[in-house]
Design a protein around this ligand. Structure first.
Ligand code: NAD
Length: 474
């Protein structure tokens, strides 16, 4: 790979380079590694118009769309190394994880390419014949964050295209490069204008949401930006799916075996250096097991190899960008100032890049920001409890409601505790188990709507009822 990458946007099937550009940093070195177009209103209008013009033809042939999605899936597997290297450069995660992210996107496209139609006859009796059809909406505007740039774009693009919509993607300004390249590669199997990508800052995202052409906004990112997207959707009567932040609790039950679950807790919290919307962000542990669980987590935190994602054996990369690094450091420092203990981690003492070692935080109160807010980084508060009902109440005592997990030896009890948690996903003796056929979405402030599975596909469609009265003689 050349030392400096210039990556074009894609509008109407053509690469688009603009006079205005912005730089993308490699978080492991803190240096510029790529330059991308800083798209403005003209490029946005052109992309939206291209998508609108491609829509009438694209909506016609479902089997052609399925074939294209399967071809994109194959392309992603074939280019997983190339795209994975771009993801490691711009996002920081270890190369094996970056390649797995691209392959995961390939799995999502493959699943979409094989999904059965949703249309169904819902009534055929003496009161009449009723069929429900699922029509595409038109142009979809997709806005993605920096933690899983390729994977989360696939969650949106694959079902939207399958449903017959055309698409304009705006990736995060921190991680636009792999996404732009993926869309450029996809042009080999798509008609011009079906899938477009523009790069730019937050203001470009805002401009997409108020643009007159898109009929649907699909957004993954922070709650604050999500609220702005929601407002624009309301004002423009556009449909919207909002996947926002989380503050996922994990509840360890008193019959869990610490030695078995500690590695699962660690990776549930620290995968992607904790920058996962549905990472474990608070762990509730029975008081009698607290020291054993904390010691196990600290041991893993001290020994895991943190470094440049291109280096052999590295399991955790840097925090993805400076603002997020400062946020995580600020939350941990604040907790320590309030009397908490931060063990095993902290910022790397030397060298460039935004490295912050995985940190276990104890002696915290539920009201401290490190517990009450979403840290979205490599710092995990662990909280003891003595009464399970109280732990469940504390786990639910948040405006977030993305996901949660429960850990224990008795499956019925684990399930019963899980059923009391107020969130979109509860994992039982697991965490971060995602699949393209399973719905994913947040309760409360964690979002609106659902991605994945038939529920996600349906969100890219307009229901149409076809009703006819009963035939004579019924
Ligand atoms: P962010 O909200 O800052 O940015 C996300 C995207 O929105 C970027 O492309 C950005 O340019 C754009 N944007 C910013 N302001 C906008 C506006 N007013 N209108 C339209 N677009 C705008 O989020 P981030 O920092 O990139 O990502 C981290 C957040 O995303 C965390 O809160 C995390 O929990 C959340 N997240 C949620 C999920 C999920 O599925 N629920 C998945 C990943 C990340």
């Amino acid at each position: 790979m050349p030392s400096q990458v210039t990556q074009a946007a894609t509008i109407g099937g053509q690469p688009e380079l603009t006079d205005r550009t912005f730089d993308v940093l490699d978080p492991a070195t803190g240096s510029t590694f790529a330059t991308v177009p800083d798209c403005g209103t003209a490029e946005l209008d052109a992309a939206m118009t291209a998508a609108a013009e491609a829509f009438p033809q694209w909506r016609r042939d479902r089997s052609a769309r399925q074939a294209a999605l399967l071809a994109i899936s194959e392309m992603l597997f074939a280019h997983a190394g190339e795209l994975g290297r771009l993801v490691t450069h711009e996002q920081g995660k270890p190369l094996a994880d970056a390649i797995a992210e691209v392959q995961g996107a390939g799995v999502w496209f493959k699943h979409a390419g094989r999904m059965a139609p949703l249309d169904a006859t819902i009534q055929d009796d003496r009161k009449g014949h009723a069929k429900v059809r699922h029509l595409p909406l038109g142009v979809v505007a997709g806005i993605t964050p920096w933690n899983f740039p390729i994977f989360l774009a696939a969650w949106k693009i694959a079902p939207a295209l399958l449903a017959g919509n055309t698409f304009v993607l705006k990736p995060s300004p921190f991680t636009p490069v792999a996404s732009l390249r993926m869309i450029e590669l996809a042009q080999q199997v798509l008609p011009p204008g079906v899938l477009n990508a523009v790069s730019g800052g937050d203001e470009l995202g805002a401009a997409m949401t108020t643009h007159p052409i898109p009929r649907k906004l699909t957004f993954t990112g922070s709650g604050s930006a999500g609220r702005e997207v929601g407002k624009a959707a309301g004002a423009g009567l556009k449909r919207a799916t909002l996947e926002l932040g989380g503050n996922d609790p994990a509840i360890v039950l008193d019959d869990a075996v610490a030695g078995d679950i500690v590695p699962e807790l660690f990776w549930g919290a620290f995968t992607n250096s904790g920058q996962v919307c549905s990472a474990m962000k608070r762990v509730f542990v029975p008081a009698h097991m607290f020291d054993e669980v904390v010691d196990g987590l600290v041991d893993l935190a001290r020994n895991v190899l943190v470094g440049n994602g291109f280096d052999e054996g590295v399991r955790l990369g840097p925090v993805s960008n400076r603002p997020q690094f400062e946020r995580v450091r600020g939350l941990v420092d604040d907790a320590v100032r309030r009397g908490a203990r931060a063990i095993g981690g902290g910022p790397a003492s030397e060298g460039p890049g935004f490295f912050y070692r995985p940190t276990i935080v104890t002696g915290v109160e539920d009201t401290m920001p490190i517990v009450a807010e979403e840290q979205f980084g490599p710092a995990l508060p662990v909280l003891p409890y003595t009464d399970l009902d109280e732990a469940i109440r504390r786990a639910n005592d948040t405006n977030f409601g993305l996901s949660a997990s429960v850990w224990g030896g008795d499956d019925d009890r684990v399930r019963s505790v899980g059923e009391q948690l107020e969130c979109g996903t509860v994992w039982l003796n697991s965490h971060l188990a995602l699949a393209p056929n399973r719905p994913f979405g947040g309760a409360k402030d964690s979002g609106l709507g659902t991605e994945n599975g038939t529920w996600g596909l349906e969100s890219y469609t307009q229901l149409q009822l076809l009703y006819s009265p009963p035939a004579a003689g019924y």
